[in-house]
Design a protein around this ligand. Structure first.
Ligand SMILES: *Cc1c(COP(=O)(O)O)cnc(C)c1O
Length: 462
């Protein structure tokens, strides 16, 4: 065994080998040396454990492989055939081409981020977005932070610190990733006053808890679950009226924050931004990268006197967004202003695509795969919006169902092998498994990805 370890080549010998010398101009010297050391150390360890080790030429091959791995980007585009429109794991909403271009342009140049071009003096980065939101929603003021969880932290810290915040028990939710409303409340220095019960909360429950220490009434959209059956919560109108009566701001954390009426698509129970502002909420906050279809951020809108307080809090500085986010958000919001959001913003295009149009594409997929001897079935399926939106609502869709048990795959494939192979394709493809079949929902596949998707499926035969 010792002999075995002693037979390992030295780092210098490897570095001076013709194969490594050949590629030495492609990589940093230190990187080559570190990877050589890493591989030789691993082999030495194996030798000491009495395991089979690689010979010198195999070691060189392994080093070359690992060097080329370092060229591969870790964050890469994928094809989403799951039918879930907004999912955090795959980057939530893809941006419109115009928004992505603006992010590139602005971030690769100096820009007017905090520079007032009229006066030549210092400006505020909130200005660019506020200008559009005033036109779009008729709201007094706005600010943008790095995500909507940050919106909550900032609102509660700036308006609730040292005071009481009233919230319904039915809305004490965990947003995801362990981010729980009661914890944020504690962090913000606000005292949580829970009212009502999990399923029923009345306006009197809120009113009975109001005193001189009350800072806010907080409402949260129950975006990732739904309580059905024996339930009650006060109307928006009653909540706003109650806040007005005692001069207490009423806040709504909307989560997904549609800027259009979701009822148009049969999505009920999803309040939307314009409606909440019209109904009189003092502050509304929502994510930029859920149903808005923009970059990751948290958008806080509402009464100017409150936004001014929020903006002055030190956390506002800590949670602010960078130029590229604001560039992407500005262009995204302009799509709404121009009334072209359903044409330009990918998630809205996807929502707006009819089952008929989806079916046409899926039938074409089926035909083209059939030519290659791959048998599939066109099925009825459901897409989900996801992203903490409308937990119980689904969009009727069409998909392609692939049975792993077929002659062309020698009858020795299963769903997990197929999904693994698809994930490892040069452009990774992700899918759904249902009843021992692999399902491809066309709604979330961009039409210009069809060709790659089909070559991924065809490559299963290789
Ligand atoms: C998604 C969501 C959040 C968190 O927003 P992020 O942008 O993911 O930080 C907060 N509140 C509600 C109700 C949500 O649905």
């Amino acid at each position: 065994m010792k002999n075995n370890a002693r037979n390992l080549p030295s780092i210098d010998k490897i570095i001076n080998s013709p194969e490594i010398k050949n590629i030495s101009n492609l990589y940093q010297r230190d990187l080559i040396r570190n990877i050589c050391r890493e591989v030789i150390d691993e082999e030495r360890k194996k030798a000491l454990e009495g395991l089979q080790i690689l010979d010198t030429s195999e070691i060189i091959m392994e080093i070359i492989n690992r060097l080329s791995e370092t060229d591969k980007l870790s964050l890469q585009p994928i094809i989403n055939a799951t039918g879930v429109l907004i999912h955090t794991n795959v980057g939530r909403s893809p941006l419109s081409k115009d928004a992505a271009t603006a992010m590139f342009e602005i971030s690769s140049h100096y820009n007017s981020l905090e520079f007032d071009l009229e006066t030549g003096e210092r400006g505020h980065r909130d200005y660019h977005i506020e200008k559009i939101l005033k036109k779009l929603i008729g709201v007094e003021a706005s600010t943008v932070v790095c995500n909507n969880a940050a919106s909550m932290i900032l609102i509660l810290s700036s308006l609730g610190y040292g005071k009481e915040v009233i919230i319904s028990r039915g809305e004490l939710i965990e947003i995801g990733g362990g981010f729980r409303i009661p914890d944020i409340m504690k962090l913000s220095g606000a005292t949580l006053i829970e009212v009502g019960t999990t399923n029923k909360t009345y306006i009197n429950d809120y009113e009975s808890q109001i005193n001189e220490k009350t800072a806010l009434i907080l409402c949260l959209h129950q975006s990732n679950f739904k309580i059905i059956g024996f339930t009650h919560s006060p109307s928006f109108e009653d909540l706003v009226k109650l806040g007005g009566k005692y001069n207490i701001p009423v806040i709504y954390d909307l989560g997904s924050g549609a800027l259009f009426d979701p009822k148009t698509f049969g999505i009920t129970d999803e309040p939307y931004v314009q409606d909440l502002i019209k109904k009189g909420f003092d502050i509304v906050c929502f994510s930029g990268d859920k149903l808005i279809g923009g970059p990751q951020c948290g958008i806080i809108i509402g009464k100017e006197k409150l936004i001014k307080i929020i903006r002055k809090h030190p956390f506002a500085r800590a949670l602010r967004v960078d130029k590229s986010i604001l560039a992407g958000l500005e262009v995204t919001l302009r799509h709404y202003l121009k009334g072209e959001h359903f044409q330009k913003i990918p998630v809205l295009q996807m929502i707006n695509t009819s089952q008929n149009d989806i079916e046409k594409r899926v039938i074409l997929w089926q035909k083209l795969l059939n030519k290659d001897g791959i048998i599939t079935e066109v099925i009825d399926t459901f897409s989900t919006i996801g992203g903490g939106t409308t937990p119980s609502q689904k969009l009727p869709s069409k998909g392609l169902s692939l049975d792993p048990k077929q002659d062309i795959f020698m009858n020795n494939f299963d769903c997990h092998l197929i999904t693994k192979k698809l994930r490892n394709f040069k452009v990774p493809v992700i899918t759904r498994i249902e009843q021992e079949k692999v399902i491809f929902d066309a709604r979330t596949v961009f039409p210009d990805e069809d060709e790659i998707l089909l070559s991924a499926i065809k490559s299963l035969k290789d």
